[in-house]
Design a protein around this ligand. Structure first.
Ligand code: FPP
Length: 256
């Protein structure tokens, strides 16, 4: 029988993309406090230096042609930190957006914010929404800031939206699909993360992208976030390139 193009899987026909490069990288930027403590500095200095790393990694991700970079900047559980640290982190995000927005736009970076906006200071909320609007037409890297984000909170809000659709008669419970759930998540329309990096040696997900991480590869970097440099990012990416992703299938080692 003659083989046709329909017999070839789509991913083998994709000659445009670097198939070894993850399309979506998500990072848990951990260890700012320990970085500062080990230098006899206040925790806030760790966060301040963490912003320098954010700047470098965003530039590098854009240069490498990565499609989506999600950064866990403030979790829904981080409110339990001392009020002075919470205030400092809010101020740092505001300062970063204010100082870098022009460069981000110039570099064609589109900003998207995930997480609950309800409890945010109206000024911070407006600033984030303005940054989203200002970069809405950018078509390069999508920089996703997870701010006041927690996956259980995101899923709870998604369940509420779907329940409202059911209650209004627009949806039958039996007809709810995985796609319907995804459409109600903050990440609607984005691909799932291919690679999740966590710095500082901790090996847990801490309520980050629980639904979306179903088939993500994990990479745990030993250094604290302020020390995570270009070289460390390259190492994480080259480790990812050697992973075999199976998505529940058999992988390439098994032939028919
Ligand atoms: C975790 O370190 C880090 C955070 C909770 C905040 C991350 C924020 C930044 C890197 C700066 C602001 C972000 C942007 C996008 C401008 P930790 O404080 O939990 O460190 P520890 O575990 O050593 O105490």
């Amino acid at each position: 029988m003659t083989a046709t193009v329909d017999d070839v899987p789509d991913e083998q026909l994709d000659v445009s993309a670097d198939r070894g490069m993850p399309q979506h990288v998500a990072i848990i930027m951990d260890g700012n406090g320990r970085w500062a403590a080990s230098r006899g500095m206040p925790r806030t200095e760790g966060h301040r230096n963490g912003v320098k790393t954010v700047r470098d990694i965003v530039r590098q991700a854009g240069e490498l042609g990565i499609g989506y970079l999600t950064l866990f900047a403030f979790s829904s559980e981080n409110w339990s930190r001392p009020p002075s640290e919470v205030k400092f982190l809010m101020g740092l995000l505001r300062a970063y957006v204010r100082s870098d927005l022009k460069e981000l736009k110039k570099n064609n970076v589109r900003i998207r914010v995930i997480g609950s906006r309800e409890d945010l200071d109206p000024g911070v909320r407006r600033l984030l929404e303005d940054a989203e609007h200002a970069t809405a037409e950018c078509s390069g890297l999508e920089l996703v800031l997870a701010f006041n984000y927690g996956a259980r909170d995101e899923l709870t809000r998604a369940v509420r939206k779907l329940s409202a659709q059911v209650a209004s008669g627009g949806k039958q419970p039996d007809a709810i699909t995985g796609e319907d759930i995804e459409a109600c998540l903050d990440t609607a329309g984005m691909p799932d993360p291919d690679l999740i990096i966590r710095t500082s040696g901790e090996q847990r997900l801490s309520n980050f992208l629980l639904w979306q991480a179903a088939y993500a590869e994990f990479y745990f970097a030993p250094m604290h976030w302020p020390d995570f440099d270009r070289n460390a990012f390259d190492q994480a990416l080259s480790c990812y390139k050697n992973r075999e992703r199976r998505f529940g299938g058999l992988g390439t080692a098994v032939s028919t």
